[in-house]
Design a protein around this ligand. Structure first.
Ligand code: SF4
Ligand code: SF4
Length: 164
């Protein structure tokens, strides 16, 4: 039988409609996968790129050495850093570290560029603001995020370490 005839018979028998119905039926009897966001969340990939954090060492010391590599590489120019001129020559610190989350495209290049794993993409992406100024994530907030999400971030970095 020619291809044309086969197609015509399949069309007359509504084959694609029955195939679609079979998919619908299959999913009708599977468990419901609706989640109550934001209280419930689906699992994240270790490479998920959520809101940034700045990390500290275990002893509380800031990891960031104010090298400005993240600021230089950011394609959206979303990062603004001012070096703390009072910090020591051995360990430079930032006085200002701002990220404009309206500009950020969550590319993760800042994380890639950082030589000390100080700036890292975090596990959440809940970016909704009533005030435009709130879009600036400042150093204190970034460090606080790093502390509150420390366990999740450490687990994510460990899971991804072998691919780096
Ligand atoms: S994720 Fe990309 S766009 Fe956002 S701050 Fe980092 S480098 Fe810039
Ligand atoms: S976060 Fe990393 S790349 Fe950015 S200034 Fe600090 S040490 Fe340098």
């Amino acid at each position: 039988m020619g291809t044309y005839m086969k197609q015509m018979l399949a069309s007359l028998a509504l084959r694609e409609l029955w195939q679609g119905m079979a998919v619908t039926l299959r999913y009708m009897f599977r468990p419901n996968i609706t989640i109550q966001y934001p209280e419930e969340r689906t699992p994240y990939s270790p490479r998920f790129r959520g809101i940034h954090v700045l990390r500290r060492f275990e002893n509380g010391e800031e990891r960031c050495v104010a090298c400005k590599l993240c600021e230089a590489i950011c394609p959206a120019q979303a990062i603004f850093i001012e070096i703390d001129t009072d910090s020591s020559a051995e360990k430079r610190l930032t006085k200002v570290y701002d990220i404009d989350l309206f500009k950020c495209i969550y590319c993760g290049l800042c994380e890639e560029a950082c030589p000390v794993e100080a700036i890292v993409m975090g596990p959440y992406l809940d970016v909704a603001y009533e005030d435009r100024e709130a879009r600036f994530y400042k150093k204190d907030q970034l460090l606080a995020n790093g502390e509150s999400w420390r366990a999740e971030i450490d687990a994510r970095l460990d899971a991804d370490a072998k691919y780096r």
